[in-house]
Ligand binder design. Structure first.
Ligand code: FE2
Ligand code: FE2
Length: 169
């Protein structure tokens, strides 16, 4: 991802708000348990996940492979739930992005020494998948666990669409 896109993401992150309409959308697509882990994310991540879901709706309409729309909306809304608010603040995220890009070896050492922000940032896909498994969303967990893994030719279409939508937002 380009530096400009990263900066734009940070600007959006500090000005992010969940609107009444967004709230209705969340209640229409997530049950109480799912909402609990959704709202445990920072507002910035909630907004990013909402935008990812809105993009995925558009991609589903264009896609002709017969993917499950509701399933994909759930995946989009919950894909970053491994990043709980407090575990990874905006400041923490800026720190992680800068240190990983400019001093990757140092970042690795810090992570091995137990740096929480680095750990959550790099492992949020697996952490989120574990959370989803705990509430019985096994199919969603399987897709979400791999959303930052290097793409493979035999990846399921749902995973490809999630990555596309995530990347746009
Ligand atoms: Fe992610
Ligand atoms: Fe994401």
């Amino acid at each position: 991802m380009s530096v400009f896109k990263r900066i734009w993401q940070f600007v959006r992150a500090v000005t992010a708000r969940v609107t009444v309409e967004d709230g209705k959308y969340i209640s229409a697509h997530l049950n109480a348990e799912e909402q609990k882990i959704f709202f445990a994310m920072s507002v910035a991540d909630q907004c990013h996940s909402l935008r990812t879901a809105y993009t995925i709706e558009r991609l589903v309409i264009e896609d002709k492979r017969g993917v499950d729309r509701e399933f994909l909306i759930r995946c989009a809304l919950l894909h970053d739930t491994g990043r709980r608010a407090g575990d990874l603040t905006i400041k923490g995220k800026i720190f992680v992005v800068l240190i990983t890009s400019f001093a990757p070896k140092f970042a690795e050492r810090l992570e091995l020494n137990g740096n929480r922000a680095l750990h959550v940032y790099h492992h949020h896909a697996e952490l989120g998948a574990q959370k989803l498994q705990q509430i019985g969303l096994f199919k969603e967990a399987k897709i979400i666990a791999k959303h930052h893994a290097p793409p493979k030719p035999n990846d399921p279409p749902e995973l490809k669409l999630l990555r596309l939508a995530d990347d746009e937002n």
